[in-house]
Design a binder for this molecule. Structure first.
Ligand code: ACO
Length: 325
């Protein structure tokens, strides 16, 4: 079994409202609110980077666990917006935090599902050989997207969330995780430039394709609802529980309408499904760990609670995690 020993989260100070976006592109608070539920998001400052965001959340989680950087045996960072192309953000984070020369790696490219995939990998590593693992979900999306593309730019924000996972009983036990991938759906949500298929070159810059997120919003919507609700049901089946036993579901915060549709499919009451998208927008792989930290911090989650995390992201990847506090 693996256990969460500490939780951490961080968002940049700068708040950007829907009206701020409306001053830059042809959009409105009404359009964004109606379609997504988003009212504002955080935008990293010029002195911030993916690494500093990750560092802030990680430091909080390590402290919350009552540990120091020396106690960390492995680091996993889930991000689609890494600090640099090579090496991985996790290696840079190891140095920033002052950890020992422990193994580190990024889970990149799995979009908003990266953090829950990271939890799955971490618990398998702990089962293989007991160790203390820092798992971070971080995105600085606002620096990489096309600020002229109103159909995607207004959806996103910057944030980081982290947990420390270990073999000894802690604050929450990871009861089970289910996860899956449908690689045939890769084209419905992709940023295709920068790899070997479409290298980052002058042509990519001239066409503006280098930072354009291609998204079939309707396909993403239906896939997300089906995959997240099925994943939650599956993980509950595996631990012999039903939705009625769950105190809180924390879903990936992509869009309020997706969250509502998942809730209805599951038959869960509104107050048992956590929503903070109005405050932070879609922060990719950071939404779930940041929301988890926020719930613990604010007392929204209490000792004894059964909590289910669920996420979906580009790939298409999806997962659900059952946590017993
Ligand atoms: N402001 C005003 N108008 C806009 C904006 C905007 N910000 N963005 C698009 N529009 C316009 C379009 O240009 C289009 O106008 P047209 O009819 O004149 O061509 C019209 O609104 C409808 O555009 P659609 O893209 O069809 O908008 P849709 O109703 O599908 O809503 C949305 C877009 C909210 C993204 C929707 O597809 C959705 O909910 N998708 C779910 C996927 C999602 O949330 N993805 C987020 C990231 S993915 C992830 O987290 C894994």
């Amino acid at each position: 079994m693996s256990h969460i020993l500490g939780f951490g989260g961080y968002v940049p100070e700068r708040v950007m409202t829907n009206d701020d976006w409306a001053a830059l592109v042809d959009t409105s608070d009404e359009w964004i609110t109606q379609r997504t539920g988003i009212k504002r998001r955080r935008v990293a400052g010029p002195d911030e980077s993916t690494l500093t965001l990750a560092g802030q959340a990680a430091a909080v989680a390590i402290k919350d666990a009552g540990l120091s950087a020396d106690d960390i045996d492995e680091i996993i960072v889930a991000t689609d917006t890494p600090e640099v192309y090579t090496p991985d953000t996790a290696a840079l984070l190891q140095d920033l935090l002052g950890c020992r020369n422990v193994p580190t790696y990024d889970l990149g490219g799995s979009g908003c599902a990266g953090f829950v995939q990271g939890l799955d990998v971490a618990r398998a590593r702990i089962a293989f050989s007991p160790r203390t693992i820092l798992v971070v979900g971080v995105e600085l999306i606002t620096r990489l997207i096309d600020w002229n593309d109103r159909s995607t730019a207004v959806l996103f924000g910057d944030a980081a969330g982290a947990v420390v996972l270990g073999p000894e009983p802690g604050r929450a036990t990871v009861l089970d995780i289910v996860s899956g991938t449908d690689g045939s759906a890769a084209g419905i949500l992709t940023l295709g430039v920068g790899g070997t298929r479409h290298p980052f070159n002058q042509a990519a810059i001239d066409s503006g394709a280098y930072n354009r997120l291609v998204m079939d919003g309707r396909r993403v919507f239906t896939e997300a609802v089906t995959r997240m609700s099925t994943a939650v049901s599956d993980v509950l089946d595996r631990i012999g529980k039903t939705v009625g036993d769950v105190d809180l579901v924390i879903p990936h915060q992509a869009n309020l309408r997706i969250i509502d549709a998942v809730r209805k499919k599951l038959g869960a009451e509104q107050e048992r499904v956590y929503v903070n998208i109005h405050e932070y927008g879609n922060t990719g792989s950071a939404t779930v760990p940041f929301a988890l930290w926020e719930c613990v911090e604010t007392g929204r989650i209490e000792k004894g609670d059964l909590v289910v995390l669920t996420a979906f992201g580009a790939g298409f990847h999806w997962a659900a995690v059952a946590l017993q506090f």
